[in-house]
Design a binder for this molecule. Structure first.
Ligand code: GLY
Length: 315
């Protein structure tokens, strides 16, 4: 299994499932649930940072790389495990993606666990951020127009958790879960629940998932492009770095990817210093951590950026 750095505490649970012959799909779901239930991770599930109105809106998706069945939810409020609701969308509905009130209605219908996802500490963070924008919970809730406030409340806080797994049968699965961009406009959906953008897998080639500025993964169809690169024979490390180079060509914003190939090779890349990812196999007692390959953004028009554009960069 491979995960974003914040997924480390969950990997032993996923590996236990794989070691007893369980499916990659069960492993990635179990891992995502672990982090969703952890109130200390302020980017996922309970304890995730809320939108500008103080509502924790969760996005999640899950994919089976053998059948290409997928399920996703976006802007889901009031439930503990968006990843399990996403899996139920995949397995119990004729659809692949439910959002907002429809996703919450479906979660209620299947008896999903309800939760108050705004914790005392994330409420405090939200109130502090509103304060810096000259607002209070009461004032922001009275506003007819939110855009001006959101421009002040959003910064580079867009954590997410990624899990990629390869099981004994050679099936690959992937899961991504997030509370999205902190203090976002209500209804903002990032890349995490969008298959092909923040999450994609194909058991023939491998899997990829993103964290960071989700809008870039949507614009770049990043996870699918990465798996296409694996399919073309590109090594995992070059694939991960190419994804960051693509994102860097669009905007200067934190962006990260993890990649797992169908033969178990893995890599991760980022455009920010010091970012880590984790992995674990059934032969390991605990997860291993490594720095992601750094692909810094070159200044537009610099000699090196012109040279890499001429060389086709890492495409
Ligand atoms: N990558 C998470 C988000 O942008 O919502």
């Amino acid at each position: 299994m491979v995960a974003s750095g914040n997924g480390a505490p969950a990997l032993p649970a996923g590996i236990r499932i794989l070691a007893r012959g369980g499916s990659a799909l069960d492993a990635v779901e179990a891992c995502a649930k672990f982090i969703e239930a952890d109130p200390t991770d302020t980017s996922v599930g309970r304890g995730g940072r809320p939108n500008v109105l103080g509502v924790v809106e969760l996005d999640a998706s899950i994919m089976d790389g053998t059948t290409h069945r997928t399920g996703a939810v976006a802007a889901l409020a009031g439930y503990l495990h968006p990843i399990s609701v996403a899996r139920a969308v995949m397995e119990r509905t004729p659809h692949v993606f439910l959002v907002g009130n429809g996703a919450a209605r479906f979660a209620r219908e299947i008896g999903a666990n309800r939760a108050q996802n705004l914790t005392a500490s994330t409420r405090k963070l939200w109130v502090e951020r509103l304060g810096k924008a000259g607002e209070t919970p009461a004032s922001v809730r009275r506003r007819a127009k939110l855009l001006g406030v959101v421009r002040k409340t959003v910064k580079e806080e867009r954590g997410t958790v990624n899990f990629l797994a390869l099981d004994r049968r050679g099936d690959v699965a992937s899961a991504v879960s997030t509370s999205g961009w902190a203090y976002k406009y209500p209804g903002r959906v990032g890349d995490s629940p969008i298959i092909g953008a923040g999450n994609f897998c194909d058991s023939r080639y491998g899997a990829a998932a993103c964290t960071g500025y989700g809008e870039l993964a949507i614009r770049g169809v990043t996870a699918k492009t990465a798996v296409d690169r694996l399919a073309s024979g590109m090594p995992v490390d070059v694939t991960a770095q190419a994804a960051i180079a693509d994102a860097n060509a669009l905007e200067d914003a934190a962006f990260n990817i993890v990649v797992l190939s169908a033969d178990g090779a893995h890599a991760a890349a980022t455009n920010r210093e010091g970012r880590r990812y984790v992995w674990m196999t059934a032969a390991m007692k605990e997860p291993a951590t490594a720095l992601r390959a750094l692909v810094p953004r070159e200044r537009r028009g610099s000699p090196s950026s012109r040279a890499s554009a001429r060389a086709g960069s890492l495409r």
